[in-house]
Design a protein around this ligand. Structure first.
Ligand SMILES: Nc1ncnc2c1ncn2[C@@H]1O[C@H](COP(=O)(O)OP(=O)(O)OP(=O)(O)O)[C@@H](O)[C@H]1O
Ligand SMILES: [Mg+2]
Length: 491
């Protein structure tokens, strides 16, 4: 008997049918992969089942009970729990407080913090996770925050657990830890719905997969009956070749140079980026790549050493200064640093070049329209209109808006920090093609990537960082996963 059955669920937004007669069911102890391109409707189906948004048609059957609409409290009562794509933690509160937010532990008048911590410990101990439950969440690493989200989701009586891209900001080894937890929950009889764009994960963890496309459920199949190629074809509805663009030889003109620049390591960094080059920055999570990117982008001052742009020493005082000089950054965390999600797409695309399209402090909306429409078209941003608010776009399409924003400033050097995180396979190909085209126009790219295939596939040269310093450089002919890993983990 299925624990959850979804029947013909439909959800409309102005100009978009986000869900169109979606149907599937899931059994206790089953791990179901839910996949589809950016904007296919994965997050929308989860929010509808959890009562976070209302749906227009169809019904839910949870453990035999029928619902044509459901309130969030009722969904929780019926054992529906969600780990959302966006973190929902309060940084200033402790781990334990976040886990039991909204629940009363202790008497009517006094919260029993001791008991709360004990209960939080219990959850982590069960999975052998070391974490200080009294630490503020803001002091944790991304991976630890994800573990807190999981603990929060399973602190209640759960029957169906939805995980919306939980691995997006985790490294390979951190994902393994999470998988152990997921397997333990499966043993307890939970039904788990697992959303990911990393298709190889599905083969590792799932029993079955439901594919969505354009708001429809296309098919549900056992994992044994699927391979990567078939999965992609079902997802994008056509044949898709997963190939990296052919790179043309790079010029030897140096565009950006770092001389003995100190990051958070105790050795200076020397680095040269050539015109039209894609220089890959490899290394483990936390090895200092993002910090280095921030220095090049003027967000963190360079205190020791020197940076040269086209042979001239530059001292950047701020990111605005960097943009002015032709350096752009596509940040790792688009939600807090990349876009203004409460503002429309067109405004976000031109926000860094407002001065160029304004006269007497008045923005030329015709130009804004023209520029934003151009990028929406070029990058295939799925939206009914340029005036759509960014928060209403799917995760992958939000990422495209970030890229469009940087491109619109006519940069010479672009730092891509994890360029395809949370991006579907088809859109990934588009971003790779776009990066390749940019370099053909003479733009130089510094690419930070934890996706090994992407790092090897896209880079002309790879520099590996380790503890804030350069561990070594690898030329294209010597590229291999082992070469990168050896440098990344050497000490
Ligand atoms: N509040 C909203 N207003 C208008 N349109 C919305 C809203 N929320 C979602 N949509 C639209 O509904 C569709 C489905 O979006 P959804 O977020 O479910 O996609 P997804 O499959 O989760 O994609 P991703 O892999 O990028 O996270 C998209 O076209 C999106 O733009
Ligand atoms: Mg989503």
């Amino acid at each position: 008997m299925s624990i959850l059955k979804v029947e013909n669920l439909t959800k409309r937004y102005p100009g978009v049918v986000a869900l169109d007669q979606v149907s599937f069911e899931i059994e206790p102890g089953e791990i179901r992969g839910l996949i589809g391109e950016n904007g296919a409707g994965k997050s929308t189906i989860i929010k509808s089942i959890a009562g976070a948004i209302s749906f227009d048609e169809g019904k839910l059957i949870i453990d035999g009970r029928e619902y044509t609409s459901i309130a969030p409290t009722e969904a929780i009562k019926q054992g529906i729990s969600v780990i959302y794509q966006e973190f929902n933690l309060i940084p200033s509160m402790t781990v334990a407080e976040n886990i039991f937010l909204g629940e009363r532990i202790g008497s009517k008048f006094k919260v029993d913090f001791k008991e709360m911590n004990r209960k939080a410990r219990e959850i982590f101990d069960r999975f052998g996770v070391e974490i200080d439950t009294t630490a503020p969440v803001g002091s944790l690493s991304t991976a630890q925050m994800q573990l807190v989200e999981i603990a929060k989701a399973i602190s209640k009586d759960v029957k169906v657990l939805f995980m919306d891209e939980p691995s997006a900001s985790l490294s390979v080894s951190e994902t393994k830890v999470m998988f152990e937890i997921v397997r333990a929950l499966k043993k307890d009889g939970l039904a788990i719905v697992y959303v990911s764009h990393r298709l190889e994960e599905l083969f590792e963890i799932c029993d079955s997969v439901t594919v969505m496309r354009d708001g429809h459920t296309i098919e549900t199949r056992k994992i044994e009956d699927l391979d990567r190629h078939t999965l992609i074809k079902l997802m994008v509805g056509r044949e898709l070749n997963e190939t990296y663009p052919e790179r043309i030889p790079v010029s030897d003109e140096v565009v950006l140079e770092l001389k003995n620049v100190y990051g958070n390591g105790d050795v200076g960094i020397d680095l040269k980026l050539h015109r039209g080059e894609i220089l890959g920055l490899g290394g483990l999570v936390g090895c200092g790549r993002t910090e280095l990117a921030k220095m090049i982008y003027g967000a963190v001052p360079i205190e020791r050493g020197e940076m040269l742009l086209f042979g001239e020493p530059v001292r950047l005082s701020s990111p605005a200064d960097a943009i002015e000089k032709g350096i752009g950054l596509i940040p790792e965390d688009r939600k807090t640093e990349g876009v203004f999600i409460d503002f429309p797409i067109d405004w976000n695309v031109v926000v860094q070049c407002l001065r160029k399209i304004s006269k007497n402090s008045v923005v030329d909306t015709g130009k804004m329209d023209e520029i934003s429409k151009r990028y929406i078209g070029e990058m295939k941003i799925a939206t009914p209109s340029p005036h759509q608010l960014v928060k209403n776009l799917s995760g992958g399409n939000q990422q495209k808006v970030v890229v469009a924003k940087v491109l619109a400033t006519h940069t010479k050097v672009i730092i891509f920090d994890e360029p395809t995180r949370g991006i579907d396979v088809g859109a990934k190909q588009e971003i790779y093609r776009l990066m390749n085209d940019l370099t053909k126009q003479g733009i130089s790219i510094l690419m930070i990537s934890s996706d090994m295939e992407e790092l090897l596939g896209m880079s002309d040269r790879i520099v590996v960082l380790n503890e804030g310093a350069i561990a070594g450089e690898i030329e294209k002919a010597e590229f291999s996963q082992i070469a990168v890993m050896e440098l990344a983990s050497s000490n």
